[in-house]
Design a protein around this ligand. Structure first.
Ligand SMILES: [Zn+2]
Length: 411
């Protein structure tokens, strides 16, 4: 009996000891798990960017803000990259999507609409021209500086904003919601496109404010949201100021303008051989490669619009060729006149053979500026404000050709 009692006591003491040891371990040995608290993602949808910033600051997250179209109220968050209640750690990246709150119907958004590619040549600083509406010549290929300024004011006030031709050809249309894209082109590389009057003390070119680029630079300052740009198509003589060739071409590409190919000698592609056609195109590409390697656009403005027909044997020579060991590939060509082109997202868009609007005045006849823009009133491209989406009315969605892998929205 006595012995049994002793065993029980020993057992009891052992159990107490074990409990005490565990208690001590529990109290004094630090536990890795509980030293760091677990933070969980909250629901930010419907909240503002400021609230998201405060949250990201508190938990030291890298916040990325994306503005996108959504029916959610303007400036409110409609999506977040981290799921609610997921664990978040310092330096995690959190993307929030903020609604632009655009009412497509009210703005009549139509990203299948038409885009005017304006065709200019020379800009002349004269006022006493004898032809109608600021045309210098009877055919209207040359325009006074005064008329050019009026044209630009008209485009801006009619809700057009400039985009690069190169971007248009590649389906990149970055224009504010409710507004429309316009493209400016200049053929022939005339001196009055960018007239250099000398060099400043740093060796930079001084540009005549009366030349086309001078006028465009003024508009850049006057209307920063006009996104002023243009593409100049040159022949072998570039801008007819050989001592400044390198400086002019570099200045243009450094200042948001583009240079394309107008053939070496302003060739008529219906009258020359295929070999000569390759030479005409290849020399200009090689010249541009020499002065601005890789910075020109592979687009040809067809001289006289020749060879007028995509099926002409020389058209292929304009698109592809090898000259002096250099291979060229032309991604697009421009015709002469006569009306706006369609959207690059339209099924009918043919990006290698683009129509242009002749920038001239003929009292509203023959697809001059007035007539073209009257026509555009009903057919114009109206942007949704997001270059990554194609937004069209529901009943036109089957007309969309989504070559650029963009998101298609309908309303
Ligand atoms: Zn020309």
């Amino acid at each position: 009996m006595e012995r049994k009692i002793n065993i029980n006591r020993v057992l009891f003491a052992l159990i107490v000891l074990v409990i005490v040891v565990f208690l001590l371990i529990y109290l004094f040995v630090p536990r890795a798990e509980s030293s760091e608290e677990v933070n969980l993602m909250v629901d930010l949808t419907g909240k503002t960017v400021e609230e998201a910033k405060a949250f990201a600051d508190k938990y030291k997250l890298n916040l990325i803000i994306e503005e996108q179209n959504d029916t959610t109220e303007k400036d409110k968050i409609f999506e977040q990259s981290i799921n609610v209640n997921s664990e978040i750690k310092e330096n995690d990246t959190l993307i929030i999507y903020v609604s632009l709150g655009i009412n497509y119907e009210e703005l009549k958004v139509n990203e299948l609409g038409d885009v005017p590619i304006m065709m200019y040549h020379g800009i002349h600083n004269i006022t006493d021209n004898e032809y109608t509406g600021g045309n210098v010549d009877k055919d209207g290929y040359q325009r006074t500086k005064e008329a050019f300024i009026e044209d630009l004011e008209f485009y801006y006030n009619s809700g057009y904003r400039m985009i690069r031709l190169q971007d248009y050809v590649n389906g990149i249309i970055d224009v504010e919601a409710g507004l429309s894209p316009i493209i400016l082109t200049f053929d022939d590389g005339l001196e009055n496109n960018i007239k250099v009057t000398g060099l400043d003390e740093n060796g930079n070119i001084i540009i005549d404010p009366n030349s086309a680029v001078g006028v465009l630079e003024d508009f850049k300052k006057k209307y920063p949201d006009f996104n002023v740009t243009a593409t100049f198509f040159v022949n072998g003589g570039l801008f007819q100021q050989s001592e400044y060739n390198e400086k002019i071409l570099n200045w243009l590409v450094d200042n948001g303008y583009d240079i394309g190919n107008h053939s070496y000698s302003h060739a008529d592609f219906t009258t020359i051989s295929k070999e000569k056609s390759i030479q005409e195109i290849g020399i200009v590409y090689n010249l541009l490669e020499k002065y601005i390697p890789g910075k020109y656009v592979n687009i040809v403005a067809l001289p006289f619009g020749s060879p007028y027909d995509k099926n002409h044997g020389n058209f292929e020579a304009i698109l592809n060729g090898i000259y002096n060991g250099n291979e060229y590939k032309t991604e697009s060509t421009l015709r002469v006149g006569w009306m706006p082109e369609t959207s690059p997202f339209n099924l009918n868009f043919e990006n290698t053979f683009l129509k242009r609007v002749r920038a001239w005045d003929d009292n509203g006849n023959d697809w001059d500026i007035k007539k073209s823009f009257e026509y555009l009133q009903d057919t114009r491209y109206i942007s949704d404000g997001d270059k990554n989406t194609i937004t069209v009315p529901q009943d036109r969605v089957e007309k969309v050709k989504n070559n650029y892998n963009l998101k298609v929205n309908t309303y």
